[in-house]
Design a protein around this ligand. Structure first.
Ligand SMILES: *[C@@H]1O[C@H](CO)[C@@H](O)[C@H](O)[C@H]1NC(C)=O
Ligand SMILES: *[C@@H]1O[C@H](CO)[C@@H](O)[C@H](O)[C@H]1NC(C)=O
Ligand SMILES: [Ca+2]
Length: 224
């Protein structure tokens, strides 16, 4: 009986991929619980590209994308460091800070970040503009069971959330690739043209699990 119940629980939790095209997640309040976990069976990356769009009014620190493995809580993390007016991109717990971007509140931004384990270089794209490439960490893969979370910043594998580092606002169009996406493809993503969807996470076939106060609904449309 217990085994049967467990089976039922497991099957009801197993999310099947959903097409979220035209939709967004809204994180409406500052909490240390509300989050969306994005599922992937992949657990070994020599390179990463993550793209997403976000809208926030948070003047404090907040995460945009948090990927942890058992050995590194910031194995791939995109984090707004408000007091330094920076966007920090972490790979394998090391980070580079980008301060040359205008991080305006209350509007949509498009962001992509790439990292390659061979060169150790990170690059950030923000609203269509590429940054210079900076060195973080080379020579090892992002490896081990991957937990990817939107809305909270992991300080342990799947936990260690801090309400002062929660995301409040909207997130959309999240994609992840296991290679550094060529500039032309990133440019297409930025301009909302057709691009090659993520081969690790794709917004048009996303497996995810929502916890707490998070809404999934249509992104507002531009009216003509
Ligand atoms: C991860 O991939 C690398 C090749 O990039 C391979 O050498 C290594 O054995 C893999 N690790 C695991 C745990 O599969
Ligand atoms: C969050 O920030 C507020 C205001 O700065 C502070 O009073 C509170 O102690 C912080 N909470 C935690 C859990 O760090
Ligand atoms: Ca962390």
């Amino acid at each position: 009986m217990a085994f049967f119940l467990l089976l039922v629980m497991l099957t009801s939790c197993a999310a099947s991929p959903q097409d979220l095209s035209g939709k967004m997640f809204t994180f409406p309040e500052k909490t240390n619980t509300a989050r969306v976990e994005l599922m992937t069976p992949r657990d070994n990356f020599t390179a990463v590209t993550v793209c997403l769009r976000f809208f926030t009014d948070a003047k404090r620190d907040h995460p945009l994308f948090s990927l942890a493995t058992p050995s590194k809580d910031n194995d791939f993390l995109i984090f707004r460091h408000a007091t330094k007016d920076a966007i920090n991109v972490f790979a394998r717990n090391s980070y580079v800070a980008y301060t040359e971007h205008e991080y305006k509140l209350n509007m949509w931004h498009s962001l992509c970040a790439t990292w390659d384990s061979e060169s150790g270089l990170v690059q950030l794209w923000f609203d269509g503009q590429p940054s210079i490439r900076k060195y973080t960490n080379a020579g090892s893969n992002i490896q081990g069971r991957t937990i990817i979370i939107l809305g909270q910043e992991q300080d342990s594998h799947g936990g260690g959330f801090d309400l002062n580092q929660s995301f409040v606002g909207m997130l959309s169009d999240v994609h992840m690739w296991d290679f550094t996406l060529p500039s032309c493809e990133i440019q297409k993503y930025m301009e909302e043209l057709n691009f090659r969807p993520g081969n690790v996470l794709s917004w048009s076939a996303l497996e995810f699990q929502k916890t707490g106060q998070v809404l999934l609904d249509n992104k507002e449309m531009i009216c003509y």
